[in-house]
Design a protein around this ligand. Sequence first.
Ligand SMILES: NC(=O)c1ccc[n+]([C@@H]2O[C@H](COP(=O)([O-])OP(=O)(O)OC[C@H]3O[C@@H](n4cnc5c(N)ncnc54)[C@H](O)[C@@H]3O)[C@@H](O)[C@H]2O)c1
Ligand SMILES: [Zn+2]
Ligand SMILES: [Zn+2]
Length: 383
Amino acid sequence: MKAVVYEGPRQVSVEDVPDARIERPTDVLIRVTTTNICGSDLHMYEGRTDFEKGRILGHENLGEVVEVGEAVDHVRVGDIVVVPFNISCGFCANCEKGLTAFCLTTNPEPGMAGAAYGFADMGPYPGGQAEFLRVPYGDFNCLVLPEDAKEKQTDYVMLADIWPTGWHATQLACVQAGESVVIYGAGPVGLMAAYSATLKSAAKVMIVDRHPDRLAKAEEIGAIPIDDSKVSPVDQVMELTNGLGADRGCECVGYQAHDPEGHEHPNMTLNNLVKSVKFTGTMGVVGVFVPSDPGSPDDLYKQGEIAFDYGMFWFKGQTIGNGQCNVKNYNRALCSLIHEGKAKPSWVVSHELNLDDAPTGYEHFDHRDFGWTKVVMHPGKLN
Ligand SMILES: NC(=O)c1ccc[n+]([C@@H]2O[C@H](COP(=O)([O-])OP(=O)(O)OC[C@H]3O[C@@H](n4cnc5c(N)ncnc54)[C@H](O)[C@@H]3O)[C@@H](O)[C@H]2O)c1
Ligand SMILES: [Zn+2]
Ligand SMILES: [Zn+2]
């Protein structure tokens, strides 16, 4: 099969690799028809993780079931399914509590919890930017889509990661109807957090970035764009909230946060959140941070440490929640919103490419080139 393979920093290629196949009786094999490039892929693409050369990328996957293992009861050949980026077992102590991003059995590395497709430090699993994908514990991990799956596949594929993750940011931040929210980052995840906050009837959604195309996307759904290359985002949020700060805050950037000139400051968005969220406010951090980052220009962060404004955070009595999204907590409900016509997350999609165009897609998305908001690839077609 053809697959997108990591070759080294800023290098991916489309290569022939051995076909994905059923390996255990609980596996499901899908023919991938829709697979996205994610901001998380870019941390790997840029060589800022220990993702091994030769591995297949891709954790946002949708496709048609072509084979099921003999212990699979529910999922059937021909079903169209979307697959959470988390690989989880369903029976461990964390999965039982819905914490599927921290599954205790699917990551073979001792002392680690949580697994994902084509992801650094999250188990050996190949990604789905390929013609076929093996889905472990297929009954648990496949969400079977309704009959409009084909027409709405670019909506449904957002259920693999970025919409649940944006929703998770607002859940961790405890966003309630009528409240004000500030979101750092207007990439696909930040846009989905803004979309989620809006669906939850937040009264005021403010979003910070410096890319005019991404800010314009946010404006389309009624969010207030804040361009931090022109104004101080903290001052701006204070002004928009009568000097109090936002009720809630979401971090959708991660450890490669940088200033508008491009210099990285891994603590930048976290400290801006502390400053621009109100006393007793809550925040959700879904942007990725890692235990060590040898390539960081920040000496502390090389060891995964952050100069966090803890004094002010404590003084303000704020609360923070963070981590990978437990996609299965949300994907069925969000699927219904798409099916019933209440939501259209494909609004973030800017480009639909063939798998062969992956190197171009990566390059443009990595540069945050104008208009390259979210890239969807189609290794195959739905019949
Ligand atoms: N927790 C999870 O489960 C989960 C899931 C998916 C993605 N992520 C992470 O979410 C983050 C965002 O992903 P994405 O797909 O939107 O990626 P992205 O890289 O396209 O978007 C990040 C955006 O943040 C902006 N930005 C950079 N520094 C900033 C700053 N100081 N202030 C404000 N904005 C700033 C960039 O201009 C960019 O538009 C990544 O770290 C990704 O790995 C986490
Ligand atoms: Zn992703
Ligand atoms: Zn588990």
